[in-house]
Structures are given as C-alpha cells and as structure tokens.
Design a protein around this ligand. Structure first.
Ligand code: ATP
Ligand code: MG
Length: 360
C-alpha cells in the first residue's frame, strides 16, 4: 500500500482543519481552511493564530482552552471572518494532540461551513411550503370553479335578455371579463397544485431552448431585447418532461424580458454543473450528473427584501402579474429532482440557474 500522504489526505477534506502548537503558532491549514477564510496556507504558516483571527474569536478561544485543559471543545454554530470580510456560520470542534508524555503539544480544530447545509434546508422548507399551498389551492380552486361557472352562465343569459342596450352591455362585459380572469388564475393555481405524472424522456436541451426562444421572440422584439445563446455543444441529452421544462424556461425568459423595459440582452448559457451543491442527483436508478442552464438578464435586479420569498406563490411586483411563474418553475424542477437558484445584483441584472439531470 502506498504511504499515506497526510497533506493530500487533509487537502481532500471538505471541512476546514486548523492546527496550532503550544505557542499557538499555526502548523496546519488545509485547502478547505484556505477556501473558508480566503487566507492561503503559505501566508498563515508559522504565524500565531491571534495574528490571523481576533483573540476573542470562537476559534481562538476554543483552541486556547483545548491547549490549556487538554479537553475537546465544540460549538454548534459560531461566526468567523470568511472571504471578502463576510461572516460565515460554522460549527467548530477542537481536539488536543498529545504525545506519549501525556502533555498537550498541539490542538486541532475542524470547522464545517454551515451555509451549504442552510441552503439545502431552505430548499426543503420551500418545497414543503409550496406543496402545502398547492394542496390548499387545488381544494379552493375546485370549490370556486363551480359557482363561477354558474355565475358566468347567468351573466351570459342576462346579457342576452338585456339585448343591445349599450349601457347594460358594458356591465355584463365587465362581469364576463373578470369572471374569465378569475378562471385563468384558478387554472394557473390548479396547474401548480395538481400532482403530475411526469413523462421524462431524453431531451436535447438546446432544441428545447430554441423552442422557448421562438415562443418569446415576439415579446423580446417588441421590447428591444436580444436573445444571446452560449451553449456548450458537447452537452448530453437531459432526462426531462419536455413540455414542463419548456414552461420553466418560458417563464424565466419572460421574467427576464419584463425586467428590461428599455431593452437589453437575455443570455441563455448551458454547461455541465460545476456547482458543488448541485453536481449530481440520485434518481433511484443510479446517480446522474446535472447540467446547468442559466437565464441572465441586464434588468433592474431583484430587491434584497423580495429575494427570500420569490418562489412563494402570489409574490409579484407587476401590475398584471400573478406571481405564479417562479413558484411553478420551482415545482417543475423539483419534480425533475433538479434545482433552481437566483442571483441578483440590483441595478445590474439577474441570473437564474436551473439544474437538470442528464439522461444517462
Ligand atoms: N429576471 C427578473 N428580474 C427582476 N425581477 C424579477 C425577475 N424575475 C422575477 N422577478 C421578480 O419576482 C417576482 C415574481 O416572479 P414570478 O415570475 O413568480 O411572477 P410574475 O412574473 O410577477 O407573474 P407571472 O405569474 O405572470 O409570472 C416578479 O414580480 C418580479 O418582481
Ligand atoms: Mg413571471
């Protein structure tokens, strides 16, 4: 067996490992520690931890105590300075290292970045909320549909009875138009809440996106928006229900166009996913790689306050919007065991990333 190379071993760990000697000098700093703190091993090696982290920081405190007492310390959630001065939530566990003599000679800390776990938890939470809202909406929609059909029928009769007199005609037309609008909302809601039988097949993603581009062409042209393609031609087919996925990207492209009333570019990018959170998925019939499709615009962006609830139904800032587009996209990607993520810089634009499994 090849000799175990600790450096390689440590650098492959997803958790940050930091070690200090008795004098609190840094003797261990793996690749994950570099990524988490934005400080390279070369820069910190040999310096004392207190030069790198404030002495009152959780990490320094726990390591100091472990050195002093020879006991392990842990904290479920601590904040440390991450890259770009951002605070990162981590869990910390420390352990003493002692040689034969029993004296503590060093201490190590293992730090686990909690933000990824949080993100996954939020995903799950969001899915559950949507499912509950969906079920309620379906029940409600069914209850409302029948009386609404009766109202529509009665108004139609009334309209016929009242004959041609323009004054009444105006009223009955408003009634019919509004009843139809409520019906359309109900249809959209039913679409969201209805359990669907997915028909996934291998689908050429780029042909699918071209279908979407064609659907959005007229709307884009009328607003001076150009659709730019950045396709990775080597991409394998995806496993998807084509019509459902078309409606995902149609919604996203429509949102992108609507975000640019003075024109601009919508960019469609495809590639094999390099996102560590969404790289692979287990479909029960084996693990599949995920591909990423990005829909980017140069619009006004999404205000910070709106971002947390953007996938909830009925969240809209548009006069004629239902706020169901993104809720539906989320639902459909979940059905495909994929994922959806939004990044937005107010004033600069928005990028929505969708992750979908490849066919094999
Ligand atoms: N690309 C984008 N740029 C800026 N804001 C966006 C973008 N996409 C979505 N939003 C914001 O998120 C809200 C919700 O979007 P969603 O697609 O769910 O509903 P909607 O577009 O308002 O209505 P509809 O049901 O017709 O899609 C929008 O009203 C808008 O404020
Ligand atoms: Mg929309």
């Amino acid at each position: 067996m090849a000799r175990l190379d600790y450096e390689t071993f440590l650098s492959g760990l997803p958790d940050a490992v930091v070690g200090v000697d008795e004098a609190f000098r840094i003797i261990l700093w793996n690749a994950a520690a570099e990524a988490l703190t934005g400080k390279s091993a070369r820069r910190v090696q040999g310096r004392t931890l207190k030069e790198v982290f404030p002495p009152d920081s959780s990490l320094a405190r726990h390591l100091a105590e472990t050195l002093r007492t020879g006991e392990s310390r842990s904290e479920a959630e601590a904040m440390i300075d991450g890259t770009d001065g951002r605070l990162v939530a981590v869990s910390i566990v420390t352990a003493p290292l002692a040689r034969g003599s029993g004296n503590v000679e060093a201490a190590v800390a293992v730090l686990r970045d909690l933000s990824r776990i949080r993100q996954l938890e939020e995903e799950v939470q969001r899915g559950q909320t949507l499912a509950a809202v969906g079920r309620m909406a379906v029940g409600l929609a069914h209850e409302i549909r029948n009386p609404l059909t009766a109202i529509r029928g009665a108004v139609q009769l009334l309209k016929n009875e009242l004959g041609d007199e323009a004054r009444w005609g105006e009223y009955t037309d408003v009634l019919l138009k509004e009843v139809d609008r409520v019906n359309r909302i109900l249809e959209a809601l039913l679409d969201l809440g209805r359990p669907v039988q997915l028909k996934p097949r291998p689908v050429n993603l780029h042909q699918l996106l071209e279908r979407v581009a064609l659907l959005a062409e007229e709307m884009a042209a009328s607003q001076g928006v150009r659709i730019v393609r950045r396709y990775d031609p080597s991409l394998p087919p995806i496993l998807a229900d084509e019509d459902r996925v078309v409606s995902v990207f149609h919604n996203l492209v429509r949102n992108a166009i609507e975000a640019m009333p003075r024109g601009g570019r919508v960019t469609l990018t495809t590639r094999v996913s390099m996102n560590p959170l969404f790289a692979k998925v287990d479909l029960g019939t084996g693990t599949r790689q995920l591909v990423e499709v990005q829909v980017s615009d140069e619009g006004e962006g999404i205000p910070e306050a709106l971002r947390a609830k953007i996938f909830d139904p009925f969240v809209t800032t548009k006069q004629r919007g239902l706020g169901l587009g993104l809720a539906l996209c989320h639902r459909i990607l979940e059905e495909h065991r994929g994922a959806i993520q939004i990044e937005s810089a107010p004033g600069k634009g928005t990028t929505v990333s969708c992750f979908l499994p490849i066919a094999k």
